[in-house]
Design a protein around this ligand. Structure first.
Ligand SMILES: C[S@@+](CC[C@H](N)C(=O)[O-])C[C@H]1O[C@@H](n2cnc3c(N)ncnc32)[C@H](O)[C@@H]1O
Length: 392
């Protein structure tokens, strides 16, 4: 039930100032038509020279500012933050987790749940374990569970160096997430990129399911995210959209089957400088392998269904990486997260360099596809570009 805002904020004050009970707190998002300064603040207790302090890390979208407070100084810092028009407060103590969200009507929606049982990490130089704090209210608003948070964080670790590298001069960074689904990654990437790489970053999530765009736009507004949009379209339709140009980075996390090929093809067509695609199921090449006979000594690789399935995964992503390389990308295929968290943990990470392929690389690709009698979906989608490279 919504309740008056000020008394609800007043109840947070002692929790934030209790450095023995507080684990961490995050203030983020914004209220309708208002802009908190700083845009985000994280509070946690730290021990400095044997004395407990309240550490406040404030971010204005650029460099975080860290200040450590005690006594009246800490009270002033907390009062100043509570007076800012944040849309969300997440306060985690030894006793409970309190989430306060400010509604469109300016009331407080408070949700209190059991404590996580986690102890406060009061070391001053805490290693930065997460790119986005798992306690960030964004995840609560999104409804993301711990496994999804971990997956998103691991993906962001791969994205960060590429975003730094390809960020254009003189205009905002443009990122498109294809097959964005519930947009956990889209929103977390946008939040991270705006805070660390480019405050003016523009992000678009595309998904074929129409209900996703409206749901995601509502959640983004609730989380106070700006510069982020959603489009209900297939990747093919996005490819034909004349307004979609100047895309710097294409993301595709577990886009189904050949939707990953659609995403990679579109990245090439857009000449996106950075591409991060974690493929999902690989039915296309699997189907082709069922009818294919590579002959001795490789026939055993596809004889048993389970091995054929695994081999198809490897062959599909090898061919994708090869094709991107032929088309001027520097490509790496890495595990972005431990397989305990998702078996679909391979990531194709590519940066456009424009380097022409060597004759050896071209032969490697043509020999591979002809040995297995396969017609990769990505080669089909990029037929003119691939033919031009093979002809040279
Ligand atoms: C497994 S979900 C992954 C969602 C999200 N990227 C994530 O990791 O949470 C795959 C998503 O791709 C979308 N999708 C599949 N084929 C598509 C296509 N051709 N065009 C656009 N979206 C597509 C589906 O609707 C679905 O939401």
């Amino acid at each position: 039930m919504p309740e008056p805002l000020q008394p609800a904020l007043d109840r947070l004050r002692p929790l934030l100032l209790d450095t023995e009970g507080l684990i961490r707190a995050v203030a983020s998002g914004r209220r309708r038509a208002e802009h908190p300064d700083p845009t985000r603040a994280e509070l946690r207790p730290v021990d400095l020279r044997g004395e407990r302090h309240l550490q406040v890390t404030a971010t204005d979208g650029r460099t975080p500012v860290v200040l450590n407070h005690t006594g009246p100084d800490a009270e002033a810092a907390v009062d100043s933050l509570l007076a800012q028009p944040y849309g969300n407060w997440h306060v985690e103590t030894r006793e409970a987790v309190v989430q306060l969200r400010v509604t469109k009507r300016g009331e407080a929606q408070v949700h209190t749940s059991a404590a996580s049982g986690e102890a406060a990490d009061t070391t001053h130089d805490r290693a930065k374990n997460h790119l986005i704090d798992p306690a960030d209210p964004l995840f609560t608003i999104l409804g993301a569970d711990a496994a999804k948070r971990r997956q998103v964080d691991a993906f962001l670790r791969q994205l960060a160096p590429i975003a730094r590298r390809v960020k254009p001069e003189g205009r905002p960074l443009r990122v498109v997430d294809l097959g964005c689904g519930n947009a956990y990654l889209t929103m977390a990437a946008h939040r991270y990129l705006a805070a660390e790489i480019d405050p003016d970053v523009q992000t678009l999530g595309v998904d074929i399911r129409p209900e996703m765009a409206s749901r995601n736009a509502r959640v983004a507004a609730e989380a106070g995210l700006t510069g982020l949009g959603f489009k209900a379209a297939s990747i093919e339709e996005a490819a034909a959209d004349p307004e979609l140009t100047g895309v710097d980075i294409v993301l595709a996390l577990h886009a189904c089957d050949t939707a990953t090929d659609d995403s990679l093809a579109l990245a090439v067509r857009w000449q996106a400088r950075g591409v991060l695609a974690a493929p999902c199921c690989h039915h296309d090449i699997q189907r082709q392998l069922t009818d294919s006979d590579a002959g001795a000594p490789f026939a055993g690789l596809t004889r048993h269904a389970i091995l054929r399935e695994r081999f198809a995964d490897v062959l599909t992503d090898t061919v994708r990486a090869d094709l991107l390389r032929l088309l001027g990308y520097r490509v790496e295929v890495v595990e972005f997260i431990d397989s305990r968290h998702t078996p679909r943990n391979a990531l194709i990470r590519a940066v456009h360099t424009g380097t022409a392929p060597t004759a050896r690389r071209v032969a490697e690709y043509t020999d591979l596809v002809s040995a297995w009698h396969i017609e990769p979906a990505l080669a089909e989608r990029l037929a003119p570009e691939v033919e031009s490279v093979l002809a040279n």
